[in-house]
Design a protein around this ligand. Sequence first.
Ligand SMILES: Nc1ncnc2c1ncn2[C@@H]1O[C@H](COP(=O)(O)OP(=O)(O)OP(=O)(O)O)[C@@H](O)[C@H]1O
Ligand SMILES: [Mg+2]
Length: 362
Amino acid sequence: MAQIVLKQIEKSFKQDKVIEGLNLTIENGSFTVLVGPSGCGKSTTLRMIAGLEKESGGEIWIGDHCVNDVEPGKRNVAMVFQNYALYPMMTVKENIEFGLVNRKVPKPERERLIKEITEIVGLAEYLNKKPQALSGGQRQRVALARAMVKNPAVFLMDEPLSNLDAKLRHQMRTELIQLHKRLGATFVFVTHDQVEAMSMGDRIVIMNKGRIQQADSPMKIYDDPDNVFTAQFIGTPPMNVMNREQLLPYMDGQLHGDIAHIGFRPEKAIMTIEKKFQPGYVQFPARILTRETLGAEIIYQLETKLGAIAVKSFLKPLEFASEVHISVSMQDLYFFDRNGTRARQHERTEERELIALGGGYA
Ligand SMILES: Nc1ncnc2c1ncn2[C@@H]1O[C@H](COP(=O)(O)OP(=O)(O)OP(=O)(O)O)[C@@H](O)[C@H]1O
Ligand SMILES: [Mg+2]
């Protein structure tokens, strides 16, 4: 059992508070991704779990033990770093074997482990090469293999794929997902790439400025974001969010409560050349600035009186039009208060219907 619990974790570097009141439960066997902009505290959080950085306050539990005073080597975790941290003078085999020798694992057992694990990560042919003779992806596999021979309950990975080119990164993502299934260990994976987070994590923890903004499954965060930050962090292009005042003329109705911002996902907008009246929709004119044809879908950047917006469409491109009309169902709107916190209570259907009654079109 290796559930990880962070209780009221604080971390300061001298006067600088970089983590504040962080509470998080990472379930045993989960693939949890910590994601957020540069400097938000992802690596620091991971390093505190590993014991490489000392928390300034709070408790860290791994399984049944509070590990605050347990040294890194005794926490039953293995860390994989972005820069691989391999020993350049040692061969692949020696790099993987090093920790085992240190722990006085007998030679036959070492040989068996190395054989088994290098086959899993596809390194069997490279055992006698030095790291400098390997590609980035192969070096990453050595780093993984080195973590795997420890058979830890928890794998901590800090942007392990970010030095790889796009294609290899994609391949390694799939391999890591399979590896996670196969090992059944707890994976905590740090990235600043939201696509990577979405595609790998069964649970995503979105951080900003040392605080957790939301921790949920990828689809839950996508469909039901807690605030403007998470709404715009997950999804490409990000959710369109506009000020209440900008959208209000096109709603021609009442907005209840303390709503300051209103958002909708780019794929929820319907783009037409003709202006159509549809009850229950917000509608406004727009001008197409650019089209990005990605194959199955097209992303439009548009200019409107409400500001710049993006629309994602799976339909045939509106080739020659530049002046279009955008409609968004009231059901697809997200409301946020002045602080950017989701105002779910104002998204209730009857209120939407009330608003939609005006349904107007300025
Ligand atoms: N050893 C240190 N001494 C002083 N400040 C530090 C130290 N390590 C990290 N910080 C600061 O703590 C904050 C969080 O850093 P951290 O490395 O955890 O961010 P991150 O989310 O991993 O960012 P990135 O995506 O760029 O790797 C940053 O403001 C950083 O400058
Ligand atoms: Mg980092």
